[in-house]
Design a protein around this ligand. Structure first.
Ligand SMILES: Cc1ncc(COP(=O)(O)O)c(C=O)c1O
Length: 388
């Protein structure tokens, strides 16, 4: 029987393999309901950005609410077409000829990063068997984020064409504009970005069919101002009634919908107790080191907040494979299960098998019965096949 610390949110943490990503269908649906309301009220069409969340076993559920997927190249485009359906959008900083041939089999909307890429592929696209609606990703040169690593408007950015580099001649044959400038941001930042976008690119809008407002909208976060988002989109659509507006969030779909369940393998001592887990920051939750951020653990507190503080470390050789210092009401025991929260987005899509450590299993919690179903487990072959 799992002890109190091990109790997940209304599911049995012993009913999945360890380690495992466990996605709660009820929480996913809650996010999707909100996103569905945003679509209905604002008139925007919302796409799932596969780079953030691509657990395709859930797509029959996600598809009930969202109109399609957005991809970053051939494999995501194919996954979107084959497992999700609906609209398939694609944007990449640069396509190769070979990749474009594949993308054109699956995508119905393509955004280019530069006039050069559009010139290179416009003939191919004109001769493609299916009609593809093409657009240009632009850089509104309006930074709203605080971290340069996540700011496509930072000086020297390679992402998107600046207004000075766009001409009516380049725009010939294009039907849309795309901007993506936000990361985990609220609707006030979208509002100011949209103003900068319209100021710089507004004179092109009359001749277009769609505008894509990108991702980074943290719509399902508790303090997100949904009313403002709806108002901003509605205002834009009133000014440009002929345009279809797209949003393509990834994180907002899966925010706070899943866990990483893991186990304590050993406890060692070096200036305090260190628990070694059967998971890894670098291999299974790389944003903990890249963003960086501190994930929450159910029943775990800040260091020294509760009686027993541990450093939690991963099972790779990387000295810095450390998730952080956490405290617990009772001492940790070997075999205890720990549950990290908010582990559905930018985790499964970013894992590695560094050190040959196994990928976490993938599980789902049923909305009604709360039973945990293991969808996929990984083994030696998954590791071996990546390497030659
Ligand atoms: C072009 C583009 N669209 C959409 C997204 C999804 O962003 P998020 O998951 O932050 O909503 C990203 C993320 O980097 C992106 O680069």
């Amino acid at each position: 029987m799992a002890n109190a610390r091990e109790q997940g949110r209304d599911f049995d943490v012993r009913s999945c393999p360890s380690p495992a990503y466990v996605v709660d269908d009820a929480l996913l649906r809650r996010n999707l309901e909100l996103l569905g309301q945003v679509q209905a009220r604002s008139g925007a069409r919302i796409l799932l950005a596969l780079k953030g969340f691509a657990m395709w076993d859930t797509f029959p559920l996600v598809r009930q609410y969202l109109v399609g997927t957005t991809s970053s190249g051939q494999d995501e485009a194919r996954l979107g077409a084959e497992t999700f359906g609906g609209e398939v959008h694609c944007y990449s900083p640069a396509f190769t000829e070979e990749e474009m041939a594949v993308v054109l089999r699956y995508a119905d909307h393509l955004s280019f990063n530069s006039p050069g890429q559009w010139r290179r592929f416009r003939e191919t696209i004109a001769g493609a068997p299916r009609r593809v609606s093409c657009g240009m990703r632009v850089n509104p040169e309006h930074s709203t984020g605080s971290v340069p690593l996540y700011d496509p408007c930072a000086p020297g950015s390679r992402l998107g064409t600046r207004a000075a580099d766009l001409t009516p001649e380049v725009m010939e044959g294009l039907e849309g504009l795309h901007f993506h400038t936000l990361c985990e941001q609220n609707s006030d930042d979208l509002e100011s970005t949209l103003a900068a976008f319209e100021e710089r690119f507004g004179h092109y809008l009359a001749g277009l069919k769609w505008v894509n407002f990108g991702g980074g909208h943290h719509i399902t976060r508790a303090d997100y101002d949904v009313e403002r988002l709806v108002g901003v989109i509605r205002g834009f659509r009133e000014r440009h009634p002929h345009l279809t507006v797209y949003l393509e969030p990834g994180e907002a779909i899966a925010l706070n919908t899943g866990y990483l369940v893991c186990s304590v393998l050993d406890i060692v001592e070096n200036d305090g107790p260190i628990a070694i887990l059967d998971t890894s920051a670098t291999a299974h939750m790389p944003d903990v080191l890249e963003m960086p951020y501190r994930p929450q653990i159910i029943g775990g507190g800040e260091p020294n907040e509760k009686a027993h503080t541990y450093r939690l470390g991963g099972m790779t050789c990387l000295a810095g494979d450390v998730i952080g210092d956490y405290s617990f009401d009772a001492p940790l025991q070997i075999g205890d299960r720990l549950v990290f929260t908010d582990m559905a987005h930018y985790t499964m899509v970013k894992t590695t098998t560094f050190n040959g450590i196994r990928l976490p299993s993938i599980c789902r919690i049923d909305e009604a019965s709360r039973e945990v179903r293991t969808v996929r487990t990984f083994g030696y072959v998954d590791y071996m096949q990546r390497l030659s």
